[in-house]
Design a protein around this ligand. Structure first.
Ligand code: SAM
Length: 441
């Protein structure tokens, strides 16, 4: 919080206004103006008064500095613009739900944070994801304060490149004293575990947005598994991914895929067949997060081939994200693939759990369980996952082991009190006979 520091007072004295730009498609461009997703009304300068006494921090930079070598230009990178726009509309929505339904703290981490600002053609600039996240946090803090509740968003930005970090720090300076943010001079893979620990128990949103696919890895993603209200957004270069096998990047793709299984999805030119690889990747990720949504897009004007994967804990979050992507997509971008089969699986397992809750207080056979579920239309794999989950929370226990072939036949005792359970998304290993379990250990 501001706390009346000199730095804060100076910021309060600044009256900055939001400026809007119209993107190439004629739609309002909000990357540099995340506090509104619509055109300003005539005569309206677009500024908004926040409860901190602070007018919106965003301003179109008065002068566009000379081009730096390698500087990213949003006009040449519509995929970056789209990602930023989608995040700009999605993050405040995520934060509001995090703030209103959970405790007073939440974490947002940008694990590959970037420079905080981009050129947008010759005369304009747009803000990067860290600045947009800070603005969203301020806005939601204000929204909560108006409801008489304190909400603290802790922002963590990881950027190993010194020049990029210097740019980012300059962009974030305006939030000093207003927000708890930290810029870490590190590689994401080296600090992710520490950040996962710090944020444990609080709503967490993590953006993993490398230039290619490294350092996204299954191990890194798994650090955030099994946590309520936690969400990861992966944004990566599908072209680089496709070419990784032929480019000798086996380790990178094995890390990214969480195993060597990707080798079954290469073609004669040793390129990944993304059409079949991507759905399998989502299924693998679905073992870590219950909801997985993939979009793969092509931006013909920029010859860009990008993919975004959202890993989250609720169907609502998934819908909200896809809607944000839909709003942000430029007209000339093509959605090559959308994949979210996880919903069907999750829904099926929840249906089984709901139906089995009717057996509360009873002891039944495996056959009676199948009879109870005859019209649910799910496979035994889903039934087993439902039962294994219910056992993990003490809602059911069984003798023998969980199989239609088990000898002696299992008997299932359901706890007397049915409770409204939802599958936690964790894929549990199959139950095995005690003798086999003993050998395995
Ligand atoms: C695509 S940019 C990030 C863009 C930013 N998220 C945005 O939307 O404004 C990727 C950044 O990752 C950084 N990076 C490269 N290797 C990294 C690593 N191992 N860990 C964290 N960041 C890394 C690069 O220096 C680069 O600034």
């Amino acid at each position: 919080m501001c706390g009346g520091s000199p730095r804060c007072s100076r910021l309060l004295a600044d009256r900055l206004t939001v400026s809007y730009q119209i993107g190439k498609t004629g739609r309002p461009f909000t990357t540099g103006a995340p506090l509104a997703n619509k055109r300003p009304k005539p005569g309206d300068d677009g500024s908004q008064q926040l409860g901190f006494g602070l007018e919106v921090l965003l301003v179109r930079p008065p002068a566009t500095p000379a081009r730096r070598p390698g500087e990213r230009d949003l006009q040449a990178n519509p995929q970056t613009r789209m990602k930023l726009q989608a995040l700009t509309s999605y993050l405040p929505a995520w934060m509001r739900i995090a703030a209103s339904k959970n405790g007073p703290d939440a974490f947002v981490m940008d694990l590959m944070a970037g420079p905080g600002i981009y050129r947008d053609g010759d005369t304009a600039q747009g803000y990067g994801s860290p600045v947009n996240a800070c603005n969203a946090a301020l806005r939601v803090m204000d929204w909560m304060a108006k409801r008489g509740r304190e909400w603290r968003c802790h922002l963590r930005f990881v950027e190993p490149d010194a020049d990029t970090r210097a740019s980012l720090q300059a962009q974030l300076a305006r939030f000093e004293g207003l927000l708890d943010f930290i810029v870490l001079p590190a590689r994401a893979e080296d600090v992710a575990a520490q950040l996962a620990r710090e944020s444990r128990g609080h709503p967490t949103f993590a953006l993993l947005d490398p230039d290619g696919i490294v350092p996204i890895s299954f191990d890194l993603i798994s650090l955030f598994r099994g946590r309520p209200f936690t969400e990861l957004l992966l944004s990566f270069d599908a072209q680089i991914l496709m070419r990784s096998p032929a480019a000798g990047q086996s380790k990178a793709i094995t890390d990214f895929s969480g195993g060597e299984w990707w080798r079954d999805f290469t073609d004669a030119e040793r390129q990944l067949d993304l059409e079949s690889y991507m759905p399998q990747l989502c299924r693998e990720l679905n073992q870590v997060f219950p909801y997985v949504a993939l979009q793969r897009l092509e931006f013909p004007a920029a010859h860009a081939n990008r993919a975004m994967i959202q890993l989250c804990m609720s169907a609502g979050g998934r819908e909200e994200w896809l809607a944000a992507m839909h709003r942000a997509r430029p007209e000339d971008a093509t959605v090559i693939m959308e994949f979210a089969a996880d919903l069907e699986r999750r829904g099926s397992i929840d249906d089984v759990i709901e139906r089995l809750a009717r057996l509360a207080g009873r002891t039944v056979t495996y056959k009676s369980i199948l009879q109870q579920l005859f019209d649910v239309g799910v496979g035994e794999r889903e039934i087993h996952q439902a039962l294994l989950f219910m056992r993990s929370v003490g809602a059911v226990g069984w003798t023998s082991w969980l199989s239609r072939h088990a000898v002696p036949r299992p008997r299932f005792s359901f706890a007397p009190e049915p409770s409204a359970l939802r599958w936690d998304g964790e894929e549990r290993p199959p139950d095995r006979p005690a003798a086999v379990r003993a050998i395995a250990h």
